[in-house]
Ligand binder design. Structure first.
Ligand code: 6PG
Length: 482
């Protein structure tokens, strides 16, 4: 007879699951642990069993029976079919009111479906985005739980306990119903892609335009990390760049193959943005940059085999190294602001579409710690939404507007230099174009409307009168009201 004394259970004991289970135990909870392969549970118990109060289970039934009611079972398995299989096994063994939490990177539409399926069985289903990697899972991640408000009352205190804290505030809050938590985690990852790419572009320019060696670039990133760019990703960039390869003695960065992998959350962010009609150009370019980097066959055929046109050097352009380094810092900061502004636009659009009522302040608050995109300037995003919860773009917030006005000249110069040197800066450049598009009095869309009307009689609106109009292009070219 199993004693039902675990406050939480974790299914899936790969590194993320095992670290989350340990995190709960470190906070004084009794944690039921279960893995499909019992050997993994045994290995977990052998390594960590003595570090906290764990109840290992050999079967799902035993696992469920060891949980206090309402039961709380956190699934940490690979997103996709494996998650559905575990959910159904748990649901079969559970009773009304119990809570299943999916802590993986699930697609939010799957979460919406699963939540409805579990609600029909009188179970609570919570899709929770968890960010922070292995280290965060153990010592304090940022947690973005969706699902029913009611389940948060029972579950929230535990999740808040194990989450990271910034100024005493937990990096965990209820995000909204059904798929809201996984949606915002998806956009978090999209922003993560853009943030990593802009850092990559900055590195690339310092290295190949200014000719600075990785160790020195690491030192530059360390100084940047002491200012406006203070963030986890800048911090780890300096670590990666200062690492020396033990085999060759070269900077490690030079022996790593330049093809970036991706598991899908960046791509999902862009697909969702396309459906919502939100231009997340920075995230989109970052996803495409990874795709291009991974297109090995194509790159083998094209590398060194396409005309560059006339290229310059920094010296020929009369740009000093130190000025350029500072310009790159500013271009990075400006492009990063655009990526966050676009990500928050997507969250607002997703929230409106699904009636989630997501409060952007909550996100900016909980993303200040624990997660991969944690950064000091998220405090400024909190301030911006406090000042105007409906601000149409973060770029319009007076603080950010002031920041960009101090960055934009550098941003333009960096793109000119990159272009003259033939170095790719997809996110820097597209972010500036986005910014200039937002600023523009007129966009070429008027011409597109004219073309659409010409070939398909799609009609256009006029600037001076209400209504829809069509020009009789193949007739006498007079205009008619449509
Ligand atoms: C996090 C990370 C995490 C994972 C990414 C990596 O927030 O902790 O985002 O979820 O590391 O999914 O994604 P890619 O493999 O697609 O780069």
């Amino acid at each position: 007879m199993t004693v039902s004394s675990a406050q939480i259970g974790v299914v899936g004991l790969a590194v993320m699951g095992s670290n989350i289970a340990r995190n709960f135990a470190n906070h004084g909870y009794t944690v039921a642990v279960y893995n499909r392969t019992t050997a993994k549970t045994d290995a977990f118990m052998a390594e960590f069993g003595s570090t906290g109060s764990f109840l290992p289970a050999a079967t799902v039934e035993e696992f469920v029976a060891s949980l206090e009611r309402p039961r709380r079972a956190l699934i940490m398995v690979q997103a996709g079919a494996a998650t559905d299989a575990v959910i159904n096994q748990l649901a079969d063994a559970m009773e009304p009111g119990d809570i299943i939490i999916d802590g993986g990177n699930a697609l939010y539409t799957d979460t919406i479906r699963r939540e409805a399926e579990m609600a029909a069985r009188n179970l609570h289903f919570v899709g929770a985005g968890i960010s922070g990697g292995e280290e965060g899972a153990l010592n304090g991640p940022a947690i973005m739980p969706g699902g029913p408000e009611e389940s948060y009352r029972s579950l929230g205190p535990l999740l808040e306990d194990i989450s990271a804290k910034v100024d005493g505030t937990p990096c965990c809050t209820h995000i909204g119903p059904d798929g809201a938590g996984h949606f915002v985690k998806m956009v978090h990852n999209g922003i993560e892609y853009a943030d990593m790419q802009v850092i990559g572009e900055a590195y690339h320019l310092l290295r190949y335009a200014a000719g600075i060696e990785p160790a020195e670039i690491a030192a530059i990133f360390r100084t940047w990390n002491a200012g406006d760019l203070d963030s986890y990703l800048i911090e780890i960039t300096a670590e990666v760049l200062s690492q020396v390869d033990a085999v060759t003695g070269k900077p490690l960065i030079d022996v790593i193959v330049d093809s970036a992998g991706q598991k899908g959350t960046g791509r999902w962010t862009v697909k969702a943005a396309l459906d919502l009609g939100i231009p997340t150009t920075g995230i989109g370019e970052a996803v495409f940059a990874r795709a291009l980097s991974g297109a090995r066959d194509q790159r083998e055929a094209t590398t060194g085999n396409l005309p560059s046109g006339q290229l310059s050097t920094l010296a020929e352009l009369g740009v000093s190294r130190d000025d350029f380094v500072e310009d790159v810092r500013r271009a990075l900061y400006a492009s990063k602001l655009v990526a966050y502004a676009q990500g928050f636009d997507e969250i607002r659009a997703g929230s409106d579409e699904h009636n989630w009522n997501v409060d952007p302040r909550d996100l900016a608050t909980i993303w200040r710690g624990g997660c991969i995109i944690r950064a000091k300037f998220l405090n400024r995003i909190v301030d911006a939404y406090n000042a105007d919860p409906d601000v149409r773009s973060l770029l319009l917030d007076p603080y950010f507007k002031g920041e960009v006005s101090g960055l934009v000249d550098s941003w333009r110069r960096v793109i000119v230099v990159a272009t003259r040197l033939g170095l790719p800066v997809p996110v820097f450049a597209s972010s500036l174009s986005y910014y200039d598009s937002l600023r523009a009095e007129r966009l070429p869309a008027a011409l597109i409307q004219g073309q659409r009307d010409f070939f398909g009689a799609h009609t256009y609106r006029r600037t001076d009168r209400a209504g829809q109009f069509h020009t009789l292009w193949s007739g006498d070219r007079s205009e008619v009201e449509a």
